[in-house]
Design a protein around this ligand. Sequence first.
Ligand code: SAH
Length: 446
Amino acid sequence: MFKTGQLLTLSVHSLTDKGDGIASHDGKPVYVAGALPGDEVEAIVTLAKPRYAQAELRRVLAPASGRCADFCPHTACGGCQLRVMDYTAQCALKRGLLLAALEERGLNCPVGDILGMSEPFHYRNKAQFAVQPGPSIGFYAKHSHRLVEIEQCRVQAPVTAEITALVRQWMRDQAVPAFNEAHHSGCVRYVMVRDGVHSGELMVVLVVAEEPAEEALAALVERLIHVPGMASVQLCLNGAAGNRILSEQVRTLWGENTISDTLGELQFDISALSFYQINPRQTETLYREAVRLAALSGTETVFDLYSGIGTISLFLAPHAAHVHGIELVPEAVADAERNAVRNGIANVSFHCGAAELRVAELYRQGVTADVVVVDPPRKGCDEQLLNTLAEMRPARLVYVSCNPKSLARDAAWLNEHGFTLAGATPVDMFPHTMHVETVALFTRAS
Ligand code: SAH
């Protein structure tokens, strides 16, 4: 039996999906945040349960080979789970997670080296800082809504530090209160910053529970417009309870409604509410790999399923006869259509609806694909969709996945239905976190 306060000496053998170390004590798992596979640690039990325990890391007795110094002074922040693992070890870990997921399903295929970043810092183009009374501006601690004040975040754009400092000072000077979650009172809830990595344009969205006075807003704008690259200052009114950051009530206080950015050769307009890939440099790497695996000659009809704002469709279009993008969210479909026009690409059509239904419908109407690309959410593809694809028999299927487990499940299904898993390559979209992105290719003989 575990006891709270008990001191344990543990050998950590693996990580949970959330990045906590897992060790075994008397045959039962002990979870230790901040411990890495290969570490020998001393930890103190903080939660004792009959079947498992949680323990707090006290001391590393013998470090894992990939252990490094923490790159960030904000030790309590829950943002980067792999911050004490060096980047080479992180990449090896992620490739290993993909291999393990495939192996668990009895799948065997060539797995490429992970496509990692040469500079795995400051890669995010969107920061969503929470604001709490103080005013404190930062990110939440692991598994909680306890705010950790952040001075400078190594994965966000450096300019975000300047912006949060300006907002903090503005709140003090203008006596604009932070939102108080417990009492559901006060004003400022979040500060969102988006930056066009290639355009250098910046957007700030101040999320408030109630409208600040017009003079106070004018004073905020006056401070923000001096930040180099500032292109858009927006106010979002969100008085609703819950964890949703933005509401639909967004208005421009100053500048443009959107900022622009480029991915490869393509231009995109990004509004406060639109979805856009978070790590644009790695997105290009991911999409280029997907286009390479699609091996298009210019004559093919292609389906891009779960197409979002149409980015993959537009990357594929110059190499195909026609691309059909299918996406569930109507706003994303509208963005995709706008993006096609903005880039002068005419051989794409976007369809709104669930991929599992729309593909079946298109297939019944006699529209079939030679090549299919899928990029589903974490839960993977719906079996109904896979059934239609098995009937349709495209020559190639490129599977972009954000979850090795659902990829492996779908791969096992596809393998039993005439497709061959020809290879998979992990791509590191989110350094220092447990996220693993993969591009896999399925072929079929006929
Ligand atoms: N390919 C895009 C988006 C991938 S994210 C990109 O690279 O940016 C996954 C997308 O699938 C989201 O846009 C989500 O809205 C959409 N989605 C979720 N379930 C879906 C379904 N059943 N059918 C179609 N799209 C779906």
